[in-house]
Design a protein around this ligand. Structure first.
Ligand code: MCA
Ligand code: AMP
Length: 468
């Protein structure tokens, strides 16, 4: 089944029901369908054909949903780009994806104008489920970021599975504050919304200063967040927290570890046990705590239906297989093979995450094979920052490590060895800010005489972490 056929459950079947609240205006599923048909017709009129990539560099907005649905309907490949990326990060993705169309805020008025002149119906294309729906760029420990090819089937199985397992129905009121350029909001948020037919309020972004008012105003029953959002919400006054909790049915957390203490404090304050789950861009959601049954603090729960999980007995790495696993990296056959056990694409996918399994079947993540840092749900590969820092004339070498942080989980900290001569750290930070996404900028710079290295010359990052 392609995604249009799946979404017709809501777009066609519930056409007169309210689908979306965006900036104070309500839209029905019929309107969402018609809007995306017009955009699809405009895309077609401009010459886009199945398989073309459409890169989108936009903050959350209704047009982003229109564009995604138009891509789905025409078999175009949607390529969302992190709005926090700067020129250098953007240009890599644009070169790699070779888009036929690149849509930024500046392009939107022309697209809206072109779509206004188009019919609001669209013939159905006979797309197979294994048609690529999106390329989502994910950084790797080695080299530049790679586009994970996510098919209609991948998104479909993820959306149907989560909707079923988390008992999402058309009676839910869903608050979506996550950025649509990542799989958390795109794969889980949009797909659970369209599969279930619930009402969704979309926010441009999560703002902790207005979060309580937004919850009280919209009165959601369902919320998906990263741990930083839940830490922020612990600051909401108790009476408001209780009132929010009374309206809610389910809070879900993922993208980074949810500290057990945050889960406990949140339960105390809001009267809800957050449901923690585990996923990856390449695989969508894999393992989730149960909706009914014990949501165990610190654990990510059981494999979702249809997904097989095993732990490599030697390395402790989690491997998985299922309809959720992506089709490979865009134009990178070697990297694709490397991502699977014995290079067998479609076999066991190597997650890079280290896990244990309890006797009663709960999985717990206990680290990563790589030195990935996750800050407020955004992934940071130290190597990228290290390479940038080392290329500065004042710096001889640099190592970036994740330091634990109550709010963001981890924050990047840079240890640098300077060349002879002055080194103005504020100046270095300024250059980082120009070239790197904000979440990648080291929150602290430490000058050291030398980096600790083992006998093979490899930097011993754990010694830097403990030194801080
Ligand atoms: C953060 N910033 C943003 C945004 N988010 N700027 C614009 N738009 C955004 N959406 C920048 C701010 O400018 C600021 O930069 C810094 O981040 C922190 O902002 P602050 O207001 O203090 O926010 P916060 O309280 O720290 O919360 C940040 C956040 C945001 C709202 C939690 O980080 C976020 O939305 N994270 C979600 C990421 C996500 O969806 N990850 C899923 C990946 P400065 O400090 O320079 O001023 S998918 C995944 O991992 C897998 C599949 C999975 O399992 O889900
Ligand atoms: P991404 O590459 O952005 O898709 O991030 C995927 C990574 O996020 C996974 O490989 C995990 O390391 C991490 N992750 C996602 N969910 C959780 C979770 N609930 N607990 C710990 N780590 C998580």
């Amino acid at each position: 089944m392609n995604l249009r056929q799946l979404f017709d459950l809501s777009l066609v079947n519930r056409r007169s029901e309210t689908a979306l609240e965006w900036r104070g205006t309500e839209y029905t599923f019929g309107e969402i369908d018609a809007r995306s048909n017009r955009v699809a017709n405009a895309f077609r009129a401009s010459g886009l054909v199945q398989g073309d990539r459409v890169c989108v560099y936009l903050a959350n907005c209704i047009e982003l949903i229109d564009i995604y649905l138009a891509c789905v309907k025409l078999g175009l490949i949607f390529v969302p780009i992190n709005i926090l990326y700067r020129e250098r990060e953007l240009s890599h993705i644009l070169h790699d994806a070779e888009p036929a169309r690149y849509i930024t805020e500046a392009e939107l008025p022309a697209l809206i104008e072109a779509a206004e002149r188009q019919p609001d119906t669209l013939d159905a294309l006979p797309l197979e489920g294994d048609t690529p729906a999106a390329l989502v760029y994910t950084s790797g420990t080695t080299g530049a970021s790679k586009g994970a090819i996510i098919t209609h089937n991948n998104f479909g199985s993820n959306g149907v599975t989560l909707t079923g397992c988390w008992q999402i129905t058309d009676r839910d009121r869903f608050l979506l504050a996550l950025p649509l350029f990542h799989v958390h909001a795109l794969g889980n948020g949009l797909h659970c919304w369209l599969v279930s037919g619930c009402r969704m309020r979309l926010l441009e972004r999560f703002d902790h200063r207005t979060a309580a008012d937004t919850f009280l105003d919209f009165q959601p029953s369902l919320f998906f967040g990263v741990p930083t959002m839940y830490v922020r919400m612990l600051d909401i006054p108790s009476d408001m927290a209780r009132e929010i909790g009374q309206r809610m049915r389910l809070f879900v957390s993922g993208s980074a570890p949810l500290p057990a203490q945050v889960l406990e404090e949140f339960r105390e304050k809001f009267g809800h046990t957050i449901l923690e789950r585990y996923g990856m861009t390449e695989t969508m959601m894999n393992i989730s705590n149960p909706y009914a049954g014990e949501r165990r603090p610190g654990s990510v729960g059981f494999p979702l239906p249809g997904i097989s999980v095993r732990i490599d007995p030697e390395t402790g790495e989690l491997h998985l297989k299922g309809p959720n696993v992506f089709a490979g990296y865009w134009r990178r056959e070697e990297a694709t093979r490397d991502a699977f056990v014995n290079g067998q694409v479609g076999g066991w996918f190597k997650t890079g995450d280290i896990a244990t399994r309890s006797e009663d079947g709960y999985y717990t993540l206990c680290g990563r094979g790589s030195d990935l840092i996750i800050s407020a749900g955004f992934n940071i590969y130290p190597r990228e920052i290290e390479e940038f820092l080392s290329s500065q004339p004042e710096i001889a070498e640099a190592a970036v490590v994740g330091e634990s942080d109550r709010l963001r989980g981890e924050i990047p900290v840079a240890y640098i060895v300077v060349n002879n001569g002055p080194c103005d750290l504020a100046e270095i930070e300024g250059r980082c800010r120009e070239k790197l996404a904000s979440f990648k900028i080291p929150r602290r710079f430490e000058i050291v005489d030398k980096l600790p290295r083992n006998a093979l010359g490899k930097v011993q990052k754990h010694l830097l972490c403990t030194a801080s």
